[in-house]
Design a protein around this ligand. Sequence first.
Ligand code: PRX
Length: 664
Amino acid sequence: MTAPSNAIQSTLVENRVFPPSDATVAAARVAGMAGYEALCAEAENDYEGFWARLARENVVWNKPFTQTLDQSDAPFFKWFQDGELNASANCLDKHIGTPTENKTAIIFEADGGEVTKVTYKELLAKVSQFANVLKSKGVQKGDRVVLYMPMTIEGVIAMQACARIGATHSVVFGGFSSKALHERIQDAGAVAVVTANYQMRGGKELPLKSIVDEALAMGGCDSAKSVIVFQRTPTAVNMVAGRDTFMHEEMAAQSTECAPEFVGAEHPLFVLYTSGSTGKPKGVQHSTGGYLLWAKLTMDWTFDLKDSDVFWCTADIGWITGHSYVAYGPLAAGATQIIFEGVPTFPKADRFWTMIEKHKCTIFYTAPTAIRSLIKAADSDASVHPDRSDLSSLRILGSVGEPINPEAWMWYYKNVGGERCPIVDTFWQTETGGHMITPLPGATPLVPGSCTLPLPGITTAIVDETGQDVPNGSGGILVVKKPWPSMIRTIWGDPERFKKSYFPEELKGYYLAGDGAVRSEDRGYFRITGRIDDVLNVSGHRMGTMEIESALVAKSDIVAEAAVVGRPDDLTGEAIVAFVVLKGPVPTGDDAKALANELRNWVGKEIGPIAKPKEIRFGENLPKTRSGKIMRRLLRGIAKGETLTQDTSTLENPHILEQLARTN
Ligand code: PRX
């Protein structure tokens, strides 16, 4: 781990400040900076007491915990360890017998615009039925179930049903390839796979079940005995007798009651694979108690959730945002939430705005990439501009997944929020389980492009390579100094990698986030400067450069070597650029184009379309040091189109740079 020059950088010169209105402050759960500071002080004065209070107030325990934090086996921290609970009971049963039971839990709008609604009571019945289906398939507490599902109510039902019986789910994003799915089913040792026949995206029917079939046919997945298929569209798919069954048929045969299985607070609620600096994705393991506490509490704090709110997080359940702010947080908090299937640009690029108007959405949470693409669409077609829709129901906006540039922030603030709605720019990660650094809508003065301040109890800091704090204004490495309840517990099946990746010795036991950051000199506000490891953020999706490199060299009939770097991109935040050395001669002209296309498609097949490089350059070699190390710093410069002014004195083969730059 190093803090490269781009992390040690000047501060952002951003003087615009947007404090919350007096009315917003007066009505907020955490009211004003005084409210925020009081919570921070409580955490500082009695860290464990603070978390214990919140855990008692926000989580329903079947058996109360007596110990808050166990640090004896650090960094394998344990929270609320002797407490027992069930995550699904905390999201559903808790509301039964209260006015929330008949409240709409989910408003689902399908790709084609059809709307389905379920109340909390109805959702509980469906989750219970599906939990019984899983049990009938022999799925037991502690077993892993892989979900490869579209964005539908059924996806949430499947997650909640796993939680209900104490099975650990592992959701794989529906855009991943059969190979990526295979790797995850195998690594998790899944006993069952839940999928759909197809998913709908932009008016197109895209396969899911046939990809599951391909993945299982790759072998080594003997643990996976059953495949349960949600019939999303009427189109028939191949069903393997004795292994595959339909979700609706199975559910119809089951009772709508299923007692929740109570589990220890540390029981793994889910494993979610994400990219790291090596080729193999990491199975990020989360707990039940600490995770759920934070999913619920951040709904209240960050989104200032009220009973009357209609919450909409646009993330897919295949990502952590869809776990914490679709499948668990909103339900635990008793919110009405919108779930949408499809893409923001279909049938037109006003889908978000028309849906906000139609469903009277009050809190809208999306990614900067989506905002940037909708700005572009609105600039070229006034009919999809947000000003064509009535967005007056909105009261809070959110951003997640990547840095939001001040221009996009201002557009969002003005055109979507009507200069009325605070924007919560939430910095967090798959590993953190929930928000870490974010404004509070009724407290924090906003600065465009800054995620502002850590939540109460979250001890983020910026340090140098030896773990020493750096002064405000100087960039450095983002760490979290103390454990917090919703943190990653381990990497599934690889505790050593967990320790090495997140708690490197030089950093004094601090959690290493993998991002560079800088605090402003005036307010101490955090601004994230980007990853400091070999992880890219493309359209808010996390991709490991080595993962893409491994995919490229796996095309061993033509590829000898590959190096992948990121390049800033106006639309997608970062774009993937691959430098490839072929086994044959360096191609030019149409040959180069055809080969680049072939390799792009290959990567799409190996990992998924999101991993396809935007640009592929060919050379007879890669720039290397005399000891044979690829100099990525130089490749990043070439990818950006920078002139080669960097120091190349340690380079074995300087002429290669010109060759790679020329193919620009
Ligand atoms: O680089 C940071 C960026 O996304 C990374 C985490 O990606 P992932 O685990 O896929 O989770 C995304 C959704 C939480 C971080 O290491 N990131 C996330 N949110 C922000 C961000 N960068 C800047 N500002 C944010 N608000």
